[in-house]
Design a protein around this ligand. Structure first.
Ligand SMILES: [Cu+2]
Length: 335
């Protein structure tokens, strides 16, 4: 009878493919391989290679949501001194169960309380080892990316399972498919007067605004929208500063930095405008030209919106950034 084996699942794009995808401006929010088959008694090392987590929820439970209320927004004013609409709403932070790290630890599945890696918040986290003690199909989830999940099929020792080499070939095929999707994403069709924020398909995301530059006449209302079935969250935000320039303190830079803080400022998570209102954007909106969609996702049941609209009333060039992925930006030229 074969000895218990240890196989690897990459939590995100495998190191061998990261450069190529980065060059395309893309990343794959997928587990590699997405499905793996092992024997009872085998161990899978969930290996962190990006900002992802893995959770095997307790029986009948849903995976832990990324963000949870951590206090109440208060005293949030815009640059003109007027209070934002979201004062009194929950301020959000990472859900406490996800801040506890399971990386570098060993667990068994099935487990009455579920198994969680938590978020990879430390530098170079170690793999989480999970030993599978009972036959069955176990689904696990990334707590960061909606719909990013994988399965471990656990079968009796007498049954056939793929070798480490065969699993490596599965990973290579999945990488090849992800590269092909990344190459096609810049050609995603976008409706008129619309900006697609972070085009993605099957978990492969292009970290850009599409089109990169949208030209419109003054008075045009533009919709910033998430792709259907997106696994990512993004914002479309404009105002003083470049959040990707961490050397220079700025309004947008401070908001983007909030996503690395234990409690995220309301101005970073909520839209700058009350729900159901479309602002008229000019360099003086909110005293400093600030407008933000707030966090958007593609999940209809979740609090974040799937799209946000704004009217461009004044000629000029407006640069939009994602406050979460600060290297993402696009322009709307009004004239
Ligand atoms: Cu993820």
């Amino acid at each position: 009878m074969a000895h218990a084996a240890t196989q690897t699942v990459f939590m995100g794009t495998p190191p061998s493919a990261q450069k190529a995808l980065q060059k395309a401006g893309a990343d794959a929010n997928q587990f590699f391989p997405t499905a793996i088959k092992v024997h009872v008694g085998d161990t899978v090392k969930f290996t962190p290679v990006g900002f992802h987590s893995a959770e095997f929820p307790a029986a009948g439970k849903a995976p832990t949501g990324l963000l949870a209320p951590a206090g109440t927004v208060s005293g949030a004013n815009d640059a003109a001194g007027n209070p934002f609409w979201f004062n009194g709403l929950p301020q959000l932070g990472f859900a406490p169960p996800l801040v506890t790290s399971g990386f570098g630890k060993s667990f068994t599945v099935p487990s009455a309380n579920g198994v969680r890696s938590g978020l990879p918040l430390v530098n170079k986290p170690k793999p989480m080892s999970v030993k599978f003690t009972k036959a069955g199909v176990y689904t696990y989830y990334c707590n960061v990316h909606h719909g990013m999940k994988g399965t471990v099929s656990v079968v009796a020792k007498a049954k056939k399972v793929p070798t480490a080499k065969a699993i490596g070939l599965l990973v290579n095929a999945q990488v090849k498919a992800a590269k092909a999707i990344a190459a096609a994403l810049p050609k995603t069709p976008v409706p008129a007067n619309t900006v697609l924020v972070g085009p993605e398909k099957g978990g492969v995301t292009l970290y850009t605004f599409l089109p990169g530059t949208l030209s419109v006449k003054p008075g045009t209302t533009v919709t910033f929208t998430m792709p259907v079935n997106a696994r990512e969250d993004h914002t479309a935000s404009t105002g003083p500063g470049d959040p990707n320039d961490q050397k220079v303190k700025s309004y947008l830079g401070d908001l983007a930095a909030g996503f690395n803080a234990p409690v995220i400022p309301g101005q970073a998570t909520y839209s700058s405008e009350a729900p159901g209102t479309t602002a008229s954007l000019s360099p003086t909106l909110h005293g400093n030209g600030f407008w933000s969609s707030g966090v958007m996702d593609a999940v209809a049941a979740s609090p974040p919106a799937q799209s946000s609209t704004v009217t461009f009333s004044t000629a000029g060039t407006y640069t939009f950034h994602c406050l979460i992925h600060t290297f993402m930006h696009g322009q709307v030229v009004v004239g």
